[in-house]
Design a protein around this ligand. Structure first.
Ligand code: DSN
Length: 466
């Protein structure tokens, strides 16, 4: 009997090919990434780390790299710190992933084992905080992430999160951050978000950290969760927090980085001695993080996913990736301008990155959920999202969030952004005529006509690896 999962995967291939993906946190991986992820490396257990003399779990020695390139890493005899035998291939895979991650983000140390962005953030908190310690991060309604202290999360039960907001112009509210940093005695100041369209002033946050450290007399960890924009950083079109005084950067590997689903943690500094219990100082961050990932919060690493991360990082290091990153932003800015012409009110009045947040309630009177459903019916996928000071709640928010990483991977450009904005306006006009998702059925003919046009365009830009 054929497993129904087979047909469902085939159905998903069709959905992805015939529609256009506008969810800003999604992307399409290459055939090589997919192959590594589906490889027999999934059979192997490898708790521990591929530390080896003089290198730790960080970037390969620069002189060695100049002379040998990656072959040095692939040939080195590795006295590893693993708990299972048979690691001669796995160790090399993970070392290459670590080295490429460091090169991509100008980091000294990378932990490539987190299973996700949430796990990466959890490990950083566990590495640095004691229960009850305070983290100052962007609040969820302002555009922050669940793992930055939403009350429903485990972290929020263990640590004390204080939230800052965004200013009227959509930028970070630096005055609010400074005031709260000097009041709440934070152990971590966190910059990161899943719905924010500006480029943060990392130097300004670093200055705020300094003032708070002077006031409270202890070290404060500066942490950036760059899951959304990591590919823009790697592509050189967004500043890198590690170059602006930040100690730690976490990111997922699947969004703008175009790798497999997973997380990584990057930092400056080296692992001194993996066997000694380290003190909680900023100088010890790399080893504190390694210990917090394994055995602190995870067991066996997913080495097939780590191999796929390595392949993706190898792709991200190529010159073409810079062009891709620049095109993501160009497409997002074009789409934002076109939407504004059609009357869409955008938070922050546009975008400086890959992401657009449109307040459809304010623009047209219907909510984000209805619009998400109607766009789904024409093959355009995005998600309903709260806007600043939203009164609609989590289930009927006033806005929608969209972005260009995935469609830029498929090769859509500025002309197609104009077509896309036109379809979004046509669907908005239909939504204005209905009061519920059920009533959209009365407009099936118009919606199907747009659906055919979307399909025709989508099929001209094939999904990589399908
Ligand atoms: N789920 C991701 C996003 O869509 O932004 C964040 O984890």
């Amino acid at each position: 009997m054929k497993d129904p999962i087979f047909d469902l995967i085939e159905g998903e291939k069709k959905r992805q090919s015939e529609g256009l993906e506008l969810i800003p946190s999604e992307n399409y991986v290459s055939a090589a990434v997919l192959e590594a992820m589906g490889s027999i490396l999934t059979n192997k257990y490898s708790e521990g780390y591929p530390y080896f003399d003089g290198v730790g779990c960080g970037r390969a020695n620069e002189d060695d790299f100049e002379e040998w390139g990656e072959s040095r890493i692939a040939e080195e005899i590795l006295p590893n710190y693993r708990y299972y035998g048979g690691q001669e291939n796995i160790d090399r895979v993970e070392r290459i992933a670590i080295d490429r991650a460091c090169r991509l983000f100008n980091a000294d140390h990378a932990n490539v084992q987190p299973h996700s962005g949430a796990q990466a953030n959890t490990a950083v908190y566990f590495a640095w905080l004691e229960p009850g310690d305070t983290v100052l991060g962007m609040s969820l309604p302002a555009g922050g992430h669940l793992t930055h202290g939403a009350p429903v999360t485990l972290s929020a039960h263990v640590y004390n999160f204080v939230g800052y907001g965004v200013a009227e112009n959509g930028d970070l509210d630096y005055a609010d951050i400074e005031q709260k940093a000097l009041e709440c005695d934070p152990k971590i100041i966190l910059v990161g978000y899943s719905a924010f369209m500006k480029i943060p002033d990392f130097d300004r946050i670093a200055e705020i950290r300094k003032k708070a450290e002077e006031k409270f007399g202890h070290e404060i960890l500066l942490m950036a969760d760059m899951a959304h924009v990591a590919g823009l950083i790697a592509g050189g079109v967004h500043p890198n927090p590690l170059d602006h005084g930040f100690d730690v950067m976490t990111t997922t590997t699947h969004k703008t980085l175009r790798g497999p689903r997973g997380g990584i943690i990057l930092s400056k500094g080296n692992v001194a001695s993996p066997l000694k219990k380290p003190e909680k100082t900023l100088a010890n961050i790399p080893i504190l993080i390694d210990r917090a990932v394994f055995p602190g919060t995870q067991g066996g690493p997913l080495e097939h996913v780590i191999a796929a991360k390595a392949v993706a990082f190898g792709e991200d290091l190529q010159p073409e990736f810079k062009e891709y990153a620049a095109n993501i932003v160009k497409n997002a800015q074009t789409l934002a301008e076109e939407l504004k012409k059609y009357g869409f009110v955008l938070q922050g009045d546009g975008t400086e990155n890959h992401l657009i947040l449109a307040d459809v309630k304010k623009s047209f009177g219907f909510d984000g959920k209805l619009y998400e459903r109607a766009l789904d019916m024409v093959g355009l996928t995005l998600n309903a999202n709260a806007v600043a000071s939203d009164k609609g709640g989590a289930f009927r928010p006033s806005g929608v969030r969209l972005g260009t990483p995935a469609i830029t991977t498929r090769g859509l450009g500025v002309e197609e952004m104009k077509t896309l904005a036109g379809w979004m306006k046509q669907v908005a006009d239909i939504c204005k005529l209905v009061n519920s998702e059920e009533e959209l059925a009365e407009h099936l003919d118009e919606l199907n006509k747009i659906r055919d046009e979307v399909r025709e365009l989508a099929l001209k830009f094939p999904v990589p690896a399908i």
